[in-house]
Design a protein around this ligand. Structure first.
Ligand code: F6R
Length: 614
């Protein structure tokens, strides 16, 4: 989603901003821009599309650009108004002296705009952000102090925002503030950075300050001052970031997505180190702070998440109920937050998020926290806003995921859910020792099994080619692989734009079967176990309607040859762990179809890696 970078110091700013924006561009965006404090004015440069267009735009202004040492930059993922140059950030006030970049959504911008237009402000764009530029500028006209103007303006804003602002009359200064959107200040030697995420400046400094909601930071080359909204100064709390600068390299793979799919065996190994030693030792989850008594007193678990993380949560429900006999509800965060939800001190609320910043999940977590529930966060970003709300944290340690379509973070979330469910089952004593031992032993073998799938991926690639000309695609499964069907369909939709849907196979005959004919591929996730025979019957029903049948299976049953046109075989695995194995070929099918169709695999249209607006 949108990204912000700002810098003030002694060094030329242009490359610092462009490089910082480049580090954020994997998050998804559709236009970009920078504002530079130059000799006598602030200059703004913007472009539609990718950052290379902005670089081209800048190339004809080489001289004035090299001088500037203070600037702010932005990549925009359109919310209000099309992704055009006019709507791209930075936005300016009427006289052009004040510039602003913004992540988030200002909910009352229409009211603000009406008020400001009545005072004579002329708007150029369709964005909510421009209203904030005019608002701060109109206050600045009276108070003549940028920090104070931002403090006063922020009191009138509703919604979510991370803002960075410069004013031509206060050279060398950036003012930054936030509410419900991340903003971090990087501290260098006689220089400061400000960004919506760490990768934007991590190669320059590991010292940082995370702004909290409503704080206002004023940065110059030599000074950093942080105040609350009422001008009370707040001590600067510097943290050492637990990050290494990562070269975002594809390591020889054509796309980040393919590289990240191949990293999955090691991701599982990394998670298991220190947590699951041998099949006879208990699970160690140091970051889970639930006491034995709290665990025993729990009467319910509520899991909230979005998108791919929601699918991991659905598998989580299945296994926690199975292993621990505690009722579990799963809900999309965006639905959860706008109804009366019932949680209390006996409810464990689990938030699942790759980014740890997803606005809907963050809001849901805050709501539950205020009702006294223990909050457990499963995230790939232990430094994120969600992690900061956590009473217990399960870091999934997948490493930075660049491809917008989540793959290795999903596998990492699933693995973490299995560890958590086993950990709780051990404490509650709800599983037989022999079942625990068998399952742990199978978990330790998962990385090699995924390696086997990856080593024979040509068969999956062939399958992808064969079905790449389709407009629709159906995935069916039952039980704990129903979320796998949803995830396979989501992956395909996201990167190939094929209309793919996942169904619980038993539901097919209650409506969707009407769509089946000889043009429709139906992929059946046929893993051996309790629902195998049932799913086989559902697949027969689809075959009888002439659908193009594909099996993803760990069965060697000969009768599958007659029923299916294409069979993808995966290594044998116990049914309870099968979602971790079954999703890998589905990720590859989605990847190879999108790649074959020539789509922008790593940055699919309209999508963002971190969705920081509700
Ligand atoms: C799918 C995908 C999205 C995210 C969703 C939640 O490939 O990446 O569906 O899963 O936006 O994001 P997080 O997990 O960061 O909360």
């Amino acid at each position: 989603m949108c990204g912000i970078v700002g810098y003030t110091g002694k060094r030329p700013v242009v490359d610092i901003l462009l490089d910082g924006l480049e580090q954020l561009e994997y998050r998804g965006y559709d236009s970009s821009g920078i504002a530079l404090k130059c000799a006598d004015s602030i200059k703004v440069y913007k472009a539609e599309g990718k950052l290379k267009n902005l670089r081209e735009e800048l190339s004809s202004h080489a001289y004035e650009l090299t001088k500037s040492v203070t600037g702010i930059g932005h990549i925009r993922w359109a919310t209000h108004g099309a992704p055009t140059v006019v709507n791209a950030h930075p936005h300016t006030c009427g006289c052009g002296k004040l510039v602003i970049v913004h992540n988030g959504i200002i909910e009352n911008y229409k009211e603000l705009k009406t008020e400001l237009e009545a005072k004579g402000c002329k708007f150029k764009s369709q964005t909510d952000t421009e209203a904030v530029a005019h608002l701060i500028a109109s206050i600045y006209g009276e108070v003549k102090d940028l920090t104070k103007s931002v403090q006063l303006a922020a009191k009138k804003l509703e919604g979510a925002y991370a803002l960075c602002i410069m004013h031509n009359d206060e050279p060398g200064k950036i003012v930054a503030t936030k509410r419900n959107a991340p903003l971090i200040i990087g501290i260098g030697e006689n220089e400061f950075y400000v960004a919506s995420d760490v990768p934007a400046f991590i190669k320059h400094t590991k010292k940082a300050v995370y702004l909290t909601d409503n704080q206002v930071a004023t940065l110059t080359a030599e000074t950093l001052k942080i105040e609350d909204e009422n001008e009370n100064e707040i001590p600067v709390k510097v943290e050492q970031l637990p990050w290494e600068p990562v070269a975002l390299s594809k390591m020889g793979y054509k796309h980040f997505m393919l590289k990240e799919i191949h990293e999955q065996p090691d991701v599982i190994r990394n998670i298991l180190v220190g947590k699951l030693h041998t099949c006879d030792s208990p699970i160690v989850l140091d970051e889970v702070k639930l006491t034995r008594q709290t665990l025993k007193d729990l009467n319910r678990i509520q899991i909230i998440a979005c998108g791919t993380s929601l699918h991991a949560a659905m598998v989580g429900k299945y296994i926690i109920e199975n292993f621990c006999s505690i009722p579990v509800d799963v809900e999309a965060s965006s639905e959860y937050i706008y109804r009366k939800t019932v949680t209390d001190a006996h409810t464990l609320v689990i938030g699942v998020s790759q980014s740890g910043e997803t606005a809907d999940t963050l809001t849901a977590i805050k709501q539950s926290k205020s009702r006294g529930s223990h909050i457990l966060i499963i995230t790939n970003r232990p430094d994120s806003a969600m992690a900061r709300e956590a009473d217990s944290l399960v870091p999934v340690s997948a490493g930075i995921e660049v491809s917008v379509a989540a793959t290795k973070s999903y596998i990492a979330q699933l693995t973490s859910f299995y560890l958590l469910a086993l950990y709780m089952a051990e404490i509650k004593g709800t599983m037989a020792q022999s079942d625990l031992t068998n399952l742990k032993s199978e978990m330790l073998a998962l990385p090699q099994k995924i390696e086997q799938i990856l080593a024979h991926k040509e068969n999956i690639q062939k399958c992808a080619r064969k079905y790449s000309n389709t407009r629709d695609f159906i995935y069916i499964a039952r039980g704990l692989n129903y979320p796998t069907a949803l995830e396979g369909a989501l992956k395909l939709k996201e990167i190939s734009y094929i209309n793919a849907t996942g169904y619980p196979a038993g539901e097919l005959k209650h409506g969707p079967i009407a769509m089946l004919d000889e043009t429709m591929p139906v992929l059946s996730i046929l893993m051996k176990g309790t629902v195998y025979e049932k799913l086989l019957s559902n697949s027969e029903e689809a075959k009888a309607r002439n659908a193009r049948m594909i099996a993803l299976t760990n069965s060697t049953d000969e009768k599958l040859q007659d029923l299916f046109d294409y069979i993808i075989t995966v290594p044998d695995v116990t049914e309870l762990l099968s979602p971790i194995i079954a999703v890998v070929p589905l990720q590859l099918i989605a990847y190879y179809i999108a790649e074959f169709l020539g789509k922008d695999v790593d940055q699919p249209r309209n999508l963002a890696k971190s969705v920081t607006v509700e």
